[in-house]
Write a protein that binds this ligand. Structure first.
Ligand code: FAD
Ligand code: FES
Length: 256
């Protein structure tokens, strides 16, 4: 059952060029959310009829909910002006998240703000084998790596321009790790969030390897609660609503 909580901004800081960390005091939501679910935020400062904006959850702990977001348009620009003490109405938990345990070595693959739900997942998995593969165009696209390292996650990086980590796509270090795990006969499970091209690359690898893959889809949303059918994702079971049946789907269920 979704909760509509009047949260209070606890802190609001830069998280990299054009990115922000929003920490909300939201006691009921913090205890109800699981990794991969999302919240629908009524942006303060926009007209009351404005649509809410959906965001993944970077962290939910100790009465606080943290979002990691990129300023891309009118809503996120208005959100970026919220200050400590301001009230923000937040609806959640929404959608289906990631499984709560991994059946093999947890391989997390993210790009841009897609690392947000993967951080919450890594924190809840508490699995010392967890590896994060993160990619970006330049080092400026790599977000919150220190927060993953603080959880003991092994972070492997690729950037298109070589400004951090391996030069090229994140599938480079990912494929190397997959080869190594296959060579040792060790099972793994893939979890991903990021741009569509990355999601498909990860889903293809999970299906080809016959290992579980969990793909968090980012579709434009309107109502966020299953009523408008704006967020349709094709699956082998037919059209699914990303906000209700997703945003996390099984790799083998997706039709691209
Ligand atoms: C389940 C889910 C989880 C999300 N989690 C995060 C998150 O953790 N951090 C974060 O920064 N963003 C996240 N997003 C995207 C976020 O909702 C949009 O960036 C935001 O709604 C844009 O609002 P705006 O008014 O600033 O931009 P608008 O003015 O509405 O749009 C500005 C630009 O952003 C594009 N855009 C709008 N919505 C999306 C979207 N859903 N996906 C891709 N591009 C979009 C538009 O096409 C346009 O080019 C998530 C979206 C979904 C569906
Ligand atoms: S956003 Fe309305 S059904 Fe998903």
């Amino acid at each position: 059952m979704a909760i509509n909580e009047n949260a209070t901004v606890a802190s609001h800081d830069d998280a990299g060029p054009g990115y922000r960390f929003l920490v909300l005091d939201a006691t009921r939501l913090a205890s109800a959310l699981v990794p991969g679910q999302f919240v629908h935020v009524r942006v303060p400062g926009l007209e009351p009829t404005a649509l809410r904006r959906p965001f993944s959850v970077f962290d939910a702990d100790d009465g606080k909910v943290t979002l990691l977001y990129k300023v891309v348009g009118r809503g996120t620009a208005a959100l970026a002006t919220a200050r400590a003490g301001d009230e923000v109405e937040v609806l959640g938990p929404l959608g289906h998240g990631f499984p709560s345990a991994s059946k093999g070595v947890p391989l997390l693959v993210g790009g841009g703000y897609g690392v947000a739900p993967l951080h919450f997942l890594a924190k809840r998995l508490k699995d010392s084998r967890t590896i994060l593969f993160v990619g970006g165009r330049t080092k400026d696209d790599l977000l919150a790596l220190d927060r993953f390292e603080a959880l003991g996650v092994d972070v492997r990086i690729a950037t298109n321009d070589g400004s951090a980590g391996e030069k090229g796509f994140v599938t480079g270090p990912l494929d190397a790790a997959l080869d190594e795990l296959r060579g040792r006969g060790e099972p793994f499970e893939l979890f991903t969030c990021g741009p569509d091209g990355l999601l498909k690359a990860v889903a293809d690898r999970a299906v080809a390897a016959g290992m579980p893959g969990w793909i968090s889809m980012d579709r434009h949303m309107v109502c966020g609660v299953g009523a408008c059918y704006a967020c349709i994702q094709k699956t082998v079971h037919g059209n699914s609503r990303c906000c209700v049946e997703g945003p996390v789907f099984k790799a083998e269920d997706l039709v691209w």
